[in-house]
Design a protein around this ligand. Structure first.
Ligand code: AMP
Ligand code: MG
Length: 352
């Protein structure tokens, strides 16, 4: 198993402001390989229970459809594409939005966000047994597939690369949370948090009018690094080298975010947390920023239209947008001291 951090995530989740409020209805369950924690405000217990049941069903179905390597819609689609049939493969309706968005964000990120790299991600040991397959990695690295190798015409898909395999691990949770939120709003529920293992969407406020409070996890020692009162709706997503990793046979720490330029696990950054109103954008952007060179961070933040960002490097150097520099409430004794982003990074850039 790759390392995951259950107890710490649980701790971070307990920080949610609503948990001691009797007017908050709450349910937790496991899905998408993580703990889903939903809090609703201003809803009676009966309506809340019905909504929770519907979200559990929805997320179970999405997990089955979107899972990268267990039997399901995506795995079948990948297997069919790999045959490269001349008349293409029908695009399953449940994958259409993920494919369209992935193509768009592949370009927006200059190719850093590349869900076509599923085979390479698997070869690094992040789809099952955590062990690199060196021979396979070397072979794949020679010519990596990308989202432009997937051609879509009139509901059918063609793969122009024999190694193209889709892995939506960096975007699926964002879309799942967006769909869960849509479900709640269609039932007239407008004040809630949908939290999937620390990646979350907040809407509205608690029943007493006070803001929801969310925690940002300490990527070095677990627990809460800072808390944030959410005075507007938005999605807070974190990507990090500490979230899934293993130590390889040479004692090297290998993380799950793969750099398409080198074909190797990304290096340099420990964690990136972002705020954007759309959870899909937040999910994709957090992963992309983990792969972005420091001097390009401000530009990428702007391209994705991110409202706020916190970036923490492996050496503990850190940067945050001015809004979060002011508003994050740091745990006492927190050993992270962010500098302003983007100014500091632009200065560094121009100094080179
Ligand atoms: P996240 O936790 O949202 O940052 O997503 C990380 C997951 O996305 C990994 O576990 C892989 O499944 C997948 N992934 C790894 N590298 C990339 C990449 N360069 N582009 C898109 N997805 C990736
Ligand atoms: Mg992501």
């Amino acid at each position: 198993m790759t390392t995951t951090r259950w107890p710490i995530l649980l701790l971070a989740l307990l920080l949610l402001g609503g948990c001691s409020d009797p007017r908050v209805q709450r349910r937790q369950f496991l899905q998408f390989g993580t703990l889903i924690d939903i809090s609703l405000s201003g809803v009676d217990a009966q309506r809340a229970e019905a909504a929770f049941d519907a979200i559990e069903d929805l997320l179970e179905e999405r997990n089955r459809q979107w899972h990268g390597w267990q039997e399901g819609v995506l795995k079948r689609f990948n297997d069919d594409l790999a045959q490269q049939p001349a008349d293409g493969v029908p695009v399953p309706p449940s994958l259409k939005r993920l494919i369209d968005d992935s193509k768009r964000y592949y370009r927006l990120s200059d190719g850093l966000f590349n869900p076509a790299l599923g085979k390479l991600i698997a070869a690094w040991g992040f789809q099952g047994r955590p062990q690199p397959d060196r021979q396979k990695i070397e072979r794949l690295r020679g010519a990596l597939p990308d989202m432009d190798d997937l051609r879509i015409e009139e509901g059918r898909a063609w793969s122009d690369h024999p190694d193209l395999q889709l892995d939506f691990g960096a975007i699926a949770k964002g879309l799942a949370i967006a769909q869960a939120a849509e479900l709640l709003r269609s039932r007239g529920i407008d004040n809630f948090i949908v939290n999937a293992g620390g990646d979350l969407l907040v809407r509205g406020r608690k029943a007493d009018g006070s803001p929801w409070v969310v925690g940002i996890e300490d990527p070095f020692q677990g627990g809460a690094l800072a808390t944030l009162a959410m005075d507007a709706s938005g999605a807070v997503f974190t990507s990090g080298s500490y979230r899934r990793f293993y130590i390889d046979e040479n004692g090297q720490r290998r993380q799950h975010i793969i750099d398409p330029r080198s074909g190797e696990p990304a290096l340099g950054l420990r964690a990136v947390t972002v705020l954007h109103e759309d959870p899909v954008v937040a999910d994709v952007a957090a992963t992309t920023l983990m792969l972005t060179a420091q001097n390009h961070l401000p530009e990428m933040v702007e391209r994705f239209g991110l409202q706020e960002v916190l970036v923490i490097a492996e050496d503990r150097e850190a940067w945050a947008t001015p809004g979060w520099l002011k508003r994050l409430q740091w745990r006492s004794g927190a050993d992270i001291h962010p500098q302003p982003l983007p100014k500091q990074l632009q200065d560094q850039d121009s100094g080179k």
